[in-house]
Design a protein around this ligand. Structure first.
Ligand SMILES: Cc1cc2nc3c(=O)[nH]c(=O)nc-3n(C[C@H](O)[C@H](O)[C@H](O)COP(=O)(O)O)c2cc1C
Length: 390
């Protein structure tokens, strides 16, 4: 089966009419991807991870969680995925080099649908490594990376670009990318120097779409559910992608309309508990949700309470999910015990001390300060050396 066929089958069609969760550094970890899919996202991108870190990872089946984990040489969890999202997960990578890109992609490619190359990040920490938007001006490197991946990987390859300063330049690059036989290309309708607050240029995206025959995913300023279709109709793109719309309220993917933010946060925390997400990352994502709606809310009762949470259990209590948390830990503790001694007749009784051990084991990550991609991305880069963003 060729790679396009495999993708078309597993996504239940192809990119046509799809609503997509954009790659978002720190936000696009497993619980957010599962949340977006729960609300209706058809395809979910992971956060951009840098090739040099990914290529040091080993793949570990985490039986207790039912996840597949990629652990780097410093024993840090770089990427977690699970069977449930296998048909829709796009793994995005930052790279400047075909050899490293291939080494990294080979480690994760059997557990994801598509490998995507980020060619849009304009931030210094990305461009200084010749990655992200720097690639837009290096067509030979782009060609080398994409064709190397296409020749050697069992899964499809895609990429995500920004607009170049003239429509002709953008189209020339896009058509070269198409010749490299990628399965699709996302176009973020902003120029490299533009900030998120500047309106996205849907008209510029439509010029790219008109000159392409592979699926184009349009991205920029989808802030309500109806915008997905409007963006597709206005640009002619087959699919539409949102980043901040989903970051602020992931129920944007529901065609029935937005859910109250409290419910979204509860659903998110449930996914964090089930996937044993790092508490620091969980808190960061929730803070991003509440800050959008009230920039002062972090100084309010909820914001202060989030800051005090040291583990997923306290986060669960904050969002009225104590029983849910205890049930999950109970189930996991039993599963671990059963896995460790398959013949054991005794199933450990759950008690608070076991929950505590589990929490200490699971939430070993240190808390990190919050940061806002749109206005405080330098802080993100300073705090997350493995991440970049575009
Ligand atoms: C918090 C955040 C993190 C982002 N991280 C990435 C990333 O890892 N890779 C990438 O290609 N773009 C990244 N972006 C850019 C988005 O994918 C998207 O292109 C951009 O925000 C425009 O879409 P929007 O108008 O729907 O927000 C990020 C954006 C945000 C808000």
């Amino acid at each position: 089966m060729d790679t396009k066929e495999r993708f078309a089958i597993t996504t239940g069609g192809d990119y046509h009419g799809k609503n997509i969760l954009a790659p978002m550094v720190r936000v696009g970890t497993l619980p957010m991807r599962l949340l977006a899919a729960q609300y209706g996202a058809h395809i979910t991108y992971g956060e951009e991870l840098i090739d040099r870190r990914v290529m040091t990872c080993r793949r570990v089946e985490n039986n207790a969680l039912g996840t597949t984990d990629f652990i780097d040489k410093d024993q840090k969890l770089m990427f977690r995925t699970c069977e449930e999202e296998r048909t829709r997960i796009v793994f995005q990578m930052g790279t400047a080099d075909a050899v490293n890109a291939l080494k990294a992609a080979e480690i994760v490619c059997r557990d994801v649908q598509v490998i995507d190359i980020n060619m849009g990040c304009p931030k210094h920490f990305s461009t200084s490594g010749d990655m992200g938007a720097k690639l837009l001006h290096k067509p030979d490197t782009v060609w080398d990376i994409l064709t190397t991946l296409r020749r050697n990987l069992p899964c499809p390859v895609s990429c995500k670009i920004r607009l170049l300063d003239t429509p002709e330049k953008t189209l020339a690059l896009a058509q070269m990318i198409e010749r490299a036989d990628v399965i699709a290309m996302a176009v973020h309708g902003r120029y490299i120097p533009q900030r998120p607050r500047d309106p996205a240029h849907w008209d510029r995206i439509s010029e790219v779409v008109a000159g392409m025959s592979i699926p184009v995913i349009a991205n920029g300023d989808v802030f309500e559910h109806g915008d997905f279709e409007r963006l597709r109709n206005d640009t002619g793109a087959v699919a539409a992608m949102t980043a901040r719309g989903a970051q602020w309220n992931a129920s944007i993917f529901r065609h029935e309309g937005l859910l109250p933010l409290w419910q979204v946060k509860q659903d998110y925390v449930r996914h964090c508990i089930v996937t044993d997400n790092a508490v620091a990352n969980s808190k960061y994502v929730i803070k991003e949700m509440i800050m959008k709606h009230d920039t002062h809310s972090l100084e309010g009762v909820e914001g202060k309470a989030i800051n005090k949470c040291k583990d997923l259990h306290s986060l669960a209590q904050l969002y009225d999910l104590d029983d849910f948390y205890c049930d999950v830990i109970k189930h996991r503790t039993r599963k671990r015990a059963a896995d460790e001694s398959p013949n054991a007749a005794v199933i450990h009784q759950f008690d608070e001390s076991q929950a505590k051990v589990a929490r200490e084991h699971n939430d070993g990550q240190k808390d990190t300060p919050t940061s806002d991609f749109t206005e405080r991305d330098e802080l993100v880069s300073a705090n997350t050396s493995v991440h970049a963003a575009g």
